[in-house]
Design a protein. Structure first.
Length: 263
């Protein structure tokens, strides 16, 4: 497998659930940082973990911990944690069999449901895992250049690394400031402004287990990583609306019942 093909695979898996997530839930920037594309639907690779989010800026550093899980059907559960209080305020479920997204308001015990007909789980090929790890080791240190939206990035392959008990493939993307012609006066930043993203992708789990984004212009760093990873199926009730939760006004007529027949 060539490097470009491996990177393409990572991007495909990385974006598999994100399109559905963004279309179903009006995320704040903090919520998106906690997701960081980790809501990937992969069949027959269940796990449970804690997602640790560390944010550092000129005002200080905050650390939050929230649950994340995926069942054998590929459904995912992610808790969104308020960095100010450290309390999980929202849980987001992508229900693959039911082809729907469920948002749980944990603070007020309410829920909303939206259909997601395009939601589906992918399958990972076990035979591809050793090949991709071998290729990652071979290409360690190699750099490539990319151009997106007027900004140039240097992508460096970092090889492999054991993270939270799983072997991951790493890369670092260093983005320069977009060219002046592609930005409005309000958007322009100093020429030295850069954004760096370091990502570690578990081929075995089919998701990113660590992502560190640094914005030098804003003096901000956000790190999201999985810890306490258990390769065991989570409690099935985690992917259902809890007893006692009431529907939001916008979804009062939507049933929170079982998946449709045949799914």
């Amino acid at each position: 497998m060539r490097v470009s093909r491996r990177r393409s695979l990572q991007r495909t898996v990385r974006g598999a659930g994100l399109t559905v997530v963004v279309s179903l839930l009006p995320f704040s920037s903090g919520a998106r940082a906690q997701m960081l594309d980790n809501s990937v639907q992969v069949r027959d690779v269940p796990f449970q973990a804690m997602q640790v989010v560390t944010r550092a800026n000129e005002a200080g550093t905050t650390v939050t911990r929230g649950r994340m899980a995926r069942d054998a059907a590929g459904s995912t559960y992610v808790e969104l944690v308020d960095p100010r209080s450290g309390v999980a305020t929202t849980a987001f479920i992508l229900d693959v069999p039911g082809r729907r997204g469920i948002v749980l308001d944990l603070a007020h015990k309410r829920y909303s449901i939206r259909p997601a007909p395009q939601l589906a789980a992918q399958e990972l090929s076990p035979a591809a895992v050793p090949e991709q790890l071998h290729r990652a080791a071979e290409t360690q240190g190699r750099s490539e250049r990319e151009l997106r939206n007027g900004a140039e990035a240097t992508v460096t392959h970092l090889g492999t690394k054991l993270i939270a008990g799983v072997m991951a493939v790493g890369s670092r993307e260093l983005w320069s400031a977009p060219s002046a012609g592609s930005l409005s006066a309000a958007q322009k930043q100093p020429a030295s402004a850069q954004r760096e993203m370091e990502s570690w992708f578990s081929v075995d789990l089919g998701l990113y287990v660590r992502m560190i984004e640094t914005d030098t212009a804003r003096h901000e760093t956000t790190e999201v990583g999985l810890t306490e990873i258990l390769r065991v199926p989570p409690d099935p009730s985690l992917f259902q609306v809890p007893v006692g939760f009431l529907p939001d006004g916008t979804s009062a007529g939507v049933s929170a019942g079982p998946a449709a027949d045949g799914e």
